[in-house]
Design a protein around this ligand. Structure first.
Ligand SMILES: Cc1ncc(COP(=O)(O)O)c(C=O)c1O
Length: 229
């Protein structure tokens, strides 16, 4: 930022929650730096909405309301519906409406999507126990995976990777899980660094303890069968 402090317009862009590792951007520190250097901040909080800040996202998580210039998000992650969100100042809203190619040139969304989006947001805002259950499941599942001897990397959210190292190990783990009836995708280079292959799990508030234990048993069996634990 120092190197560009004399630029006319400065913009810091970050994800809120990083989708591969499930770690959280230090948005509080980013905003401090932006304010110090008169830069704008843009956050893609696709993976934080419905999860952090009682479901309201990373800006609420850090109490930064009014200090982040742009936020984009998606209904397709925690809310399980199609569509996206763009939020910002009125000036930015008008800019986006008039200049966004995909918005200008796309057809409207299918019938029923708007109602489904509204219902999904209502669940998050009006049923705090839903988000609480997501976090309870997350803590339980991550702790149990770690007790079994798996490495869940730097995850601090319901995105929980099981680190495997080599791509071939991740593929073998994914395949062994499938043999136990659990589908988990292997994520390998170039999605992640060559030595950071993993299978990635995403927690849901809709799962109960029996569901989680069933998946954990499958992980234990699969992890032992390929020598990962
Ligand atoms: C950080 C991030 N932003 C945006 C998107 C786009 O989401 P969608 O096109 O499903 O709304 C994704 C999807 O994976 C994502 O991970």
């Amino acid at each position: 930022m120092k190197d560009n402090q004399d630029a006319n317009r400065k913009l810091i862009i970050t994800d809120g929650v990083f989708s591969m590792d499930g770690d959280i951007a230090p948005l509080d520190e980013i905003v401090k730096v932006a304010e110090e250097y008169d830069a704008m901040v843009f956050v893609d909080d696709c993976h934080g909405e419905g999860v952090l800040g009682d479901g309201r996202g990373i800006v609420a998580h850090f109490g930064l309301q009014g200090r982040v210039d742009f936020e984009v998000g998606s209904y397709s992650k925690a809310m399980g519906v199609q569509g996206g969100i763009v939020a910002g100042t009125e000036q930015m809203r008008l800019h986006a409406l008039n200049h966004s190619r995909s918005w200008l040139l796309s057809g409207s969304q299918p019938p029923g999507v708007a109602a489904a989006q509204k219902a999904a947001v209502e669940v998050i805002i009006e049923e705090p126990e839903h988000v609480q259950r997501l976090w309870e499941n997350t803590h339980y599942f991550r702790n149990e995976l770690e007790s079994l001897g798996f490495d869940t990397g730097v995850s601090a959210t319901p995105i929980i990777p099981v680190m495997c190292g080599e791509s071939s190990t991740a593929k073998r783990l994914s395949s062994a899980m499938r043999d136990s009836g659990v589908m988990v995708g292997a994520i390998v280079f170039p999605m992640v660094a060559r030595d950071k292959a993993r299978v990635r799990t995403q927690m849901s508030a809709g799962l109960n303890r029996d569901d989680l234990n069933q998946v954990l048993s499958a992980f234990e069996k699969a992890g032992k069968s390929i020598g990962l634990i």
